[in-house]
Design a protein around this ligand. Structure first.
Ligand code: CTP
Length: 402
């Protein structure tokens, strides 16, 4: 009974793979889970609500109102009740609705009200799966933090052979068990994350900045919070929102403000991840008034900012971990190892600008994690949220060694 007492919403959509949902539901219930089934109208064409309610021991929710007595099925209550929402099978149509907020059925409204993690097991024909609209929608859903349980290759209902086959019910039950076992490994841990660029003032209307979007740092903060940590996110100016209740956000502008915030916080945390692209230099004097265009040339004298990672490295105790990033264009590993040593980091995440899809701005990243023991772990190009999961995985391993 590995899922005893767990509340799961099982969503079903109109795919031929819906018949497998009966086996999936039976597997979840056998493990002790309490399962509320929510079906789209199309799902009912493939498997009957009677089968699903008999197996779950609960009425199936499908319409906003019960036609006979007017009872309202509250998607908000269901969304708050669940520890996990699993939609299996999920069709291309429902993926599209979820990605774009088209809340025209009870399943999508429940999804949008869900406070819990969401797992999606797509099932469709191979050409629909590889259509750019499906791939884009999956990308959007990943950026919301939803987990895609990739379909396998095999024989499809159309008779064709390819990718689009929903994972088997037993595999899906194992995914759910793993989710509940691996979750919350950072409970009671406090983690500081820096993110985004810093802006260094030239005059009241101008600054020196950089192209950092903050996406990697925000993805890390979300992933850490999902793992149970309480996170303080010190961020430079970015246009991103934080939603997780375990993330406390502190907005700063300059390297000096970020430095001060980190110094104030560091002694109270178990780990710090320095993901911000901090300016290395700032104007020596910021003008009080807007600088006028006068001469043909002008110079701005710059001075070095504090190296935040290095100053935390000096304060670090042997009960704390410090993680840095290195964005390099050449001699990548050597430069990153040098930074790790100089700043007294425990491990460093290297992204090379020579790798397509890595670095600032985009939604993907390709990293290598270099550790003090000279171990280099290379990862493939992934969505930043998945990259964050790899980094958090490494952090969990290293914290366990302290
Ligand atoms: N960092 C920091 N404070 C700074 C500069 C960098 O905390 N003033 C942190 C970054 O957040 C990152 C790591 O140090 O985790 C490396 O940043 P990077 O800019 O690559 O290194 P620098 O030491 O500035 O080296 P350089 O720019 O010369 O490559």
């Amino acid at each position: 009974m590995r899922l005893k007492g767990k509340h799961i919403i099982l969503g079903l959509t109109g795919s031929i793979a819906a018949y497998k949902a009966a086996y999936l539901l039976r597997g979840l219930v056998k493990e002790g889970a309490e399962v509320q089934v929510v079906m789209t109208p199309a799902a009912k064409e493939f498997i009957t609500p009677v089968t699903m309610s008999a197996l779950s021991g609960r009425p199936v929710a499908s319409e906003f109102f019960a036609a006979n007595d007017g009872t309202w099925h509250s998607h908000v209550d269901m969304g708050q009740w669940a520890d996990l929402m699993l939609i299996a099978p999920v069709t291309a149509a429902t993926l599209g609705k979820m990605a774009h907020g088209i809340a025209d059925n009870l399943l999508v409204t429940t999804y949008m009200s869900a406070k819990c993690p969401v797992y999606l097991a797509p099932a469709m024909d191979l050409d629909m799966f590889k259509h750019p609209s499906t791939l884009q929608n999956l990308e959007i859903l990943r950026s919301f933090g939803n987990v895609i349980l990739e379909p396998g290759e095999g024989e499809l209902a159309s008779g064709l052979h390819g990718k689009g086959r929903m994972q088997e019910p037993e595999q899906l039950v194992e995914e759910v068990v793993t989710f509940f076992n691996s979750k919350k490994k950072l409970l009671n841990k406090k983690v500081l994350v820096t993110a985004g660029p810093t802006f260094e003032k030239i005059d009241p209307v101008r600054f020196i900045g950089n192209y950092s979007s903050g996406k990697m740092g925000f993805a890390l903060a979300e992933e850490l919070a999902e793992a149970g940590a309480s996170v303080t996110l010190v961020t430079g100016p970015v246009s991103l929102a934080t939603t997780h209740p375990s993330i406390q956000r502190i907005d700063v502008e300059s390297a000096a403000e970020m430095h001060q915030a980190c110094l104030d916080l560091f002694s109270g945390v178990d780990a710090a991840i320095m993901c911000a692209a901090v300016a290395d230099y700032r104007p020596k004097h910021a003008a009080d008034q807007k600088i006028k265009r006068t001469a043909a040339d002008m110079q701005i004298d710059l001075e070095a900012t504090a190296d935040i990672a290095a100053s935390l490295g000096q304060l670090k105790t042997d009960k704390q971990l410090l993680v840095g990033f290195a964005l390099e264009t050449n001699d990548e590993k050597q430069n990153a190892l040098g930074k790790m040593q100089k700043k007294n980091l425990d491990f460093i995440v290297l992204n090379s600008l020579q790798d397509a899809g890595a670095g600032f701005g985009g939604n993907t990243n390709k990293i290598t994690i270099l550790s003090k023991d000279n171990n280099a772990q290379e990862f493939e190009l992934k969505h930043k949220r998945e990259v964050a999961a790899d980094i958090v995985g490494k952090l969990i391993q290293e914290l366990a060694k302290l």
